[in-house]
Design a protein around this ligand. Sequence first.
Ligand SMILES: Cc1cc2nc3c(=O)[nH]c(=O)nc-3n(C[C@H](O)[C@H](O)[C@H](O)COP(=O)(O)OP(=O)(O)OC[C@H]3O[C@@H](n4cnc5c(N)ncnc54)[C@H](O)[C@@H]3O)c2cc1C
Length: 318
Amino acid sequence: MSYELKTKNQKLKTQNCFPFPRFKGRILFDVPMKDYTSFRIGGPADVMVFPKGEDDLREILSFVQLKDFPVLFIGSGTNLLVRDGGIRGVVINLSDGFRDMQWKGEDEVTAGAGVKLSEIVNECRKRGLAGLEFAVQIPGTIGGAVVMNTGAYGKEIKDVVTGIDLMDMKGNKEFINKDGMRFLYRGCILPSNHIITSVHLKFKRDDTRDIERRIKEFKKKRGETQSVCYPSAGSIFKNPNHEGWNNGVSAGKLIDEAGLKGTRIGGAMVSDVHANYIVNLGSAKAADVITLLGIIRDKVLKEKGVMLEEEIKIVGED
Ligand SMILES: Cc1cc2nc3c(=O)[nH]c(=O)nc-3n(C[C@H](O)[C@H](O)[C@H](O)COP(=O)(O)OP(=O)(O)OC[C@H]3O[C@@H](n4cnc5c(N)ncnc54)[C@H](O)[C@@H]3O)c2cc1C
């Protein structure tokens, strides 16, 4: 068995060091992250595990902690840019297990962290529950949505979250209710090295026709402003002055006014539909995107006097 790893540029050599007889999920090695991100960009992760349930997750977390391996939690990878050198250590992906939705009463659900936002939007529509219509067509999991405090059109996931279940690196479970959570604009502060295993949500009853109408309106708006057909990670930069972002100037407008739409580095381009999207034209490297991010930041600062801050999470090594 070899446990050698883990400093920068040292690959985790682990083919035979994940000996879990009771593990029910999948364990993959040397996994191209471009297959697990909406950007379709990213070098290989040494190891990716897909725990089937809490026992699997506990086992893997304790092992990773014991060996002091670096760890990264991912949902659907729709807010991630993985660098070209990939990820040293272990990526934990909850998208195979953690897919249950347990309804409580008429208007509350506990959703496994790997449940897709779109599944919850759809279920709410069928049950006549309002509150998540804004999330229609936002990709990703509910776990990722809480970490990002995903939002659109002035609404955020925090508006419907009542609490989360977490697991720490020793496999201990913890519940935090909404009052104990700190949501930010496109973020949420969690205790470090904890993974969200499920999310508690509460909605309001409403007429199904009204819910469907709002869903249709949000879809229409998205179609008008974000009809981007290339792979992307959604909005790249946060809107500045985000405390009052609804009235503030959007990052997209600033980038557009700086004349950057269509700017291209290698296979990465500032979308000519939505200036706050960088799209992968097919062969983009993370290095192309990172160069483009620098160009955008510099030009917007120079011409508009605004320092843009990234919304996407950049992970891995060059
Ligand atoms: C076309 C497109 C449109 C988009 N539109 C919007 C939009 O309108 N509004 C918006 O806010 N976002 C938008 N996004 C961004 C993205 O979809 C959301 O942020 C989404 O909620 C992220 O979920 P995910 O599962 O993909 O998270 P990931 O990208 O996998 O992860 C995001 C972060 O959460 C962490 N994480 C994920 N799961 C867990 C977990 N279970 N426990 C602990 N940490 C975890 C990861 O480590 C990472 O730091 C868009 C993206 C795309 C590609």
